[in-house]
Design a protein around this ligand. Structure first.
Ligand code: MTE
Length: 315
């Protein structure tokens, strides 16, 4: 996204996976999911499901003000620099081997451990949420992610009292991911949040989308979704989650800190040094819509930033 020489605002129309497939599946499982959810916990019709049970019950607390972006657009317009700098990374991302996949939990935790993604899903369970996603490049989409709250992973990790931040690290494998051979990027891709941010209800660990396990180009088999921040905060294909006392250095910050900071909260009033953030183009349409502060999630997250007004919260 930083690279001036790459634009790629066009949306290739090839590789269409009809949205109808997703919608039909949802309609079919709607009744079953309701039954599976069993009890309504605080009005939330969702429940943990066994690994592999896609689509997962939808958590109706997370709704959208816009239509879900058809997969034929969101699934063929991706940022995944490990597999190239164009938006059409889908063919290259086929090389990503996602099974078996182990997540390492380390740093300031009671006891570091490793866990297979399937075991993790079985342990925690899955739910579906409809989230907006706003890229720093001023395009956006609305997607049905499947996963679990990041706070549940934090609870499992048992951070010690010195832990203040959480750092995500993507796999590193130059043979599999040709983008990682590009020497001027600070591989592997890393991102970070404060523990307070990680504990916010909206911070989500994602293992699926459109009612099925994540296709590779979306960051299979496990990624993050932090919908009130620019999309680059949502690291893909994570292999390591570390708890730290110090603020982690992130991939884009390492490359160009004047343009991409640690906080990166969405704000239409703070332009990127090279373009406006006032509006966004919704994938699959030519229309621009106004961008909202915190990507519309201010009610849930603005409180996280009380007392931090001196920080570069919106870069
Ligand atoms: N994670 C990794 N490992 N590599 C990347 O290049 N790109 C980021 C983020 N996570 C990226 C990443 C950016 S800039 C965005 S906008 C989102 O992934 C894009 O997610 P999507 O392709 O699923 O829409």
């Amino acid at each position: 996204m930083l690279i001036k020489r790459h634009r790629g605002w066009e949306i290739p129309e090839s590789n269409a996976t009809p949205e109808a497939i997703f919608l039909d599946r949802r309609a079919l499982i709607g009744g079953a999911a309701g039954l599976a959810a069993g009890s309504l916990i605080g009005g939330r019709a969702w429940a943990a499901v066994e690994s592999g049970s896609y689509p997962a019950p939808r958590n109706e607390s997370y709704t959208l003000d816009r239509a879900v972006t058809p997969e034929r657009f969101s699934g063929d317009y991706n940022n995944f620099y490990e597999f190239g700098m164009s938006k059409t990374v889908l063919p290259a991302a086929n090389a990503l081997k996602t099974s078996p996949w182990t997540l390492k939990i380390d740093g300031l935790v009671e006891k570091p451990f490793e866990v297979g993604v399937d075991d993790l899903i079985r342990k925690i369970g899955l739910e579906e949420r409809l989230y907006r996603h706003r890229c720093v490049e001023a395009w956006s989409m609305a997607v049905p992610w499947t996963g679990f709250p990041l706070s549940k992973l934090v609870a499992l990790a048992k951070p010690t009292s010195g832990a203040k931040y959480i750092r995500f690290e993507t796999f590193m494998d130059k043979a599999m991911a040709p983008g990682q051979r590009v020497f001027y990027y600070p591989w592997p891709y890393t991102e970070g949040l404060t523990l307070a941010e990680a504990g916010n209800d909206l911070a989500f660990v994602v293992t699926g989308v459109y009612g099925k396990p994540l296709p590779n180009q979306f960051g299979a088999p496990i990624r993050i979704a932090v919908p009130w921040k620019y999309g680059f905060k949502s690291a893909k294909s994570i292999v390591k989650v570390s708890f730290t006392a110090d603020r982690p250095k992130t991939f884009w910050e390492g490359l160009q800190s004047s343009e991409y900071g640690f906080w990166a909260n969405v704000n239409p009033a703070v332009p990127h040094p090279r373009w406006s953030q006032a509006s966004e183009r919704v994938l699959g349409s030519d229309q621009r819509v106004p961008t909202l502060i915190y990507n519309g999630y201010g009610e849930q997250v603005a409180g996280l930033y009380k007392g931090l007004e001196g920080e570069r919260l919106f870069v």
